[in-house]
Design a protein around this ligand. Sequence first.
Ligand SMILES: *Cc1c(COP(=O)(O)O)cnc(C)c1O
Length: 355
Amino acid sequence: MKKHNFSAGPAILPQEVIQGAAEAVLELDDIGLSLIEISHRSNEFKAIMEEACDLALQILGLEGKGYKAMYLQGGASMQFLMTAYNMLESKAGYVNSGTWSTKAIKEAKFLGDVIELASSKDKNFNYIPKGYDIPNDLDYLHITSNNTIFGTQYKNLPETSVPLVADMSSDIFSRPLDYSKFDLFYAGAQKNMGPSGVTLVIIKETAFNKVSRSIPSMLNYEIQANAGSMFNTPPVFPVYTVLLNLRWILKNGGLSGMGIQNEKKAAMIYDEIDRNPLFEGFANLDDRSAMNATFNLVDDSSAAIFDTIWNNAKISGLKGHRSVGGYRASIYNALSMESIQTLVDCMKEFERTFN
Ligand SMILES: *Cc1c(COP(=O)(O)O)cnc(C)c1O
């Protein structure tokens, strides 16, 4: 039997997506060849790439609104650099809400002036900074919509007239939002989209040609977009798996369907964290992530007992990141209510061992 997979990333995917991907590795759609042994310029793969781009825009409500979708390599970490390469001419504003924002800031500094407009580092990133000033002469404002390690998430986007850029690696396709507020957003696939090895980048066409520097081809959004994500050989297996997942998302109600389920799942786990006197949540209540629920034991000395309980219940991937400690339940789109219920039952069982 499959385990209850709470891994932060690479993370759980719908079983039918894994099944479909596995079948395509053996043989793609009765063509007599494997997905991973055909040319990326074949009609079969071109159709896969086109559908993966179109479906991403469709699900995000960006179809026909002047956006391009691209599937690139190098992970979200490469986007930290690429964003600045393509958009940072004089100065950019960054909100530092965690480890990944910190890394994004570090890379952007290779290209120009970076202003850290706000940071939640003073409280080990347990909240989303709010109420800071955003100068209106920035090239862009960069945020991290969901902080995977700390379990915080933007509920409202910052109000600004400057181009908005977001790292959405861990909450892409998880909820309805007005995605047309962004000039650019990106997400490594391995949290809520597919296997590692591909990164989705969505860019507004007006964000091309924003800088005077010349940009190496592989790092140039316009070149990549115009080449249809095939400037060089794309990662065919991850792209195909993402496509299967996008079809699954569409079939299950799109972003509103995902959002409703994810809210329910998050409420189940947070309700138990708040009710159970042996646990405490890590993130500020208003900023709690619907994707990564972080929590600690009030008394760490009984950790071995709780760990035994959830291990016996076939739960996997619950350990918190080393910078937060405790536990992190990553509850991405594909995680079922049943898995959350299993975790909640373990937390209740843990409580009973002390009564
Ligand atoms: C995992 C993660 C990253 C890093 O992604 P890579 O694809 O490994 O570079 C960046 N940002 C966020 C928010 C993440 O969760």
